[in-house]
Design a protein around this ligand. Structure first.
Ligand code: UDP
Length: 166
């Protein structure tokens, strides 16, 4: 399915953005990231605070289960509250990933110091945010975090032109 729709002369794409437990634990960082979403003209389609069981974390990161960081990542992502967003805007996937910056905080600091991970990331695991890396993974990841959300319904519905505040 193509996760785009035309609204108010904007071709909107959906992406999944997650604020990881390290950032949610700090209210000022959480607020700064929320503001960043709004300042960058994303429409917040859905927002949810949640805590993963270890099994959720294992399932979501299953493709990395051979990697050296897998256990650390799985444990961390189920260690405390997270905030997940379904975001919409033009080129939402690439725009959110640009705002996040490189996975590795060290690299982010040197190559893109104004990105979220450079500014707030602690380590390559505790790097504040997640973002889908393609429209296909956005569809899969939105279904993982928001099983009650119907992309089809969102694509078809006719909302007034406004930017949701939260
Ligand atoms: N990750 C990690 N240690 C590493 C590399 C990656 O914990 O050395 C984590 C990273 O924080 C991310 C996940 O593994 O949550 C998937 O990594 P990917 O390369 O897909 O990064 P992303 O798409 O989040 O930039």
């Amino acid at each position: 399915m193509i996760l785009t729709r035309l609204r108010c002369a904007r071709v909107l794409q959906l992406t999944l953005a997650v604020i990881k437990p390290d950032a949610v634990a700090h209210p000022l960082i959480l607020e700064a990231l929320h503001q960043k979403i709004l300042e960058n003209n994303f429409i917040i389609v859905r927002k949810k605070d949640l805590i993963w069981r270890r099994s959720d974390s294992e399932r979501f990161y299953a493709e990395h289960n051979e990697r050296f960081f897998y256990q650390r990542l799985v444990e961390f992502m189920s260690s405390g509250p997270m905030r997940a967003y379904i975001l919409a805007r033009e080129d939402a996937v690439s725009h959110w990933r640009e705002l996040m910056g490189p996975t590795k905080v060290f690299r982010a600091l040197y190559t893109s110091p104004r990105t979220i991970r450079a500014q707030y990331g602690l380590t390559d695991t505790r790097n504040t945010t997640h973002g889908s890396d393609s429209s296909e993974s956005a569809e899969r990841e939105i279904a993982f975090f928001f099983p009650e959300f119907s992309v089809q319904h969102w694509l078809e519905m006719d909302e007034p032109c406004f930017r949701a505040g939260h």
